[in-house]
Design a binder for this molecule. Structure first.
Ligand SMILES: [Zn+2]
Length: 152
């Protein structure tokens, strides 16, 4: 059995409800939102796995519009709100979004109070910088091994 949630206040809803009885949000309005906007909402879903999946799919989509929400999460998910799995998914998604702001966000994340997150941000940055070097036309170093070209 599916549980329905209000995408605005995350209260549970009965199936078929069109207006949230708690906050008054019009659910038909939500249905009209673009897919990436729904996913951005789902970054705050009450079920942790849903939040992680939303971040992963936004990364798959290369959704630039998610960058401000990711930036906010990096600030929010500290101290008591620390959520390693979501932060890891957020960082990995940021790294896959083809936008120069990803470098700025990852650099900031290298100062995250959680060591694991700071280190992951560092590794992702190094990977982006290495791939950008490979893309530059006047590549002085020859003999780049095939291993580096495999995209996982
Ligand atoms: Zn609501």
């Amino acid at each position: 059995m599916l549980t329905y949630y209000c995408p605005h206040c995350w209260h549970t809803l009965d199936a078929g409800v069109t207006v949230c009885p708690v906050c008054g949000y019009d659910l038909t309005e939500f249905e009209r939102l673009p897919y990436s906007q729904k996913l951005i909402h789902a970054l705050h879903h009450p079920i942790p796995e849903r939040r992680v999946i939303a971040a992963q799919v936004l990364g798959d989509l290369g959704a630039r519009e998610a960058l401000p929400a990711f930036e906010a999460l990096l600030d929010e998910l500290q101290g008591e709100a620390y959520d390693y799995y979501l932060l890891r998914a957020v960082l990995e998604a940021i790294a896959r979004i083809p936008d120069p702001r990803r470098v700025t966000l990852l650099r900031r994340a290298t100062h995250h109070p959680a060591d694991l997150i700071a280190r992951l941000a560092h590794d992702l940055l190094a990977r982006i910088e290495a791939s950008e070097r490979l893309d530059t036309p006047h590549q002085a170093l020859g003999g780049i091994t095939g291993e580096e070209n495999q995209h996982t």
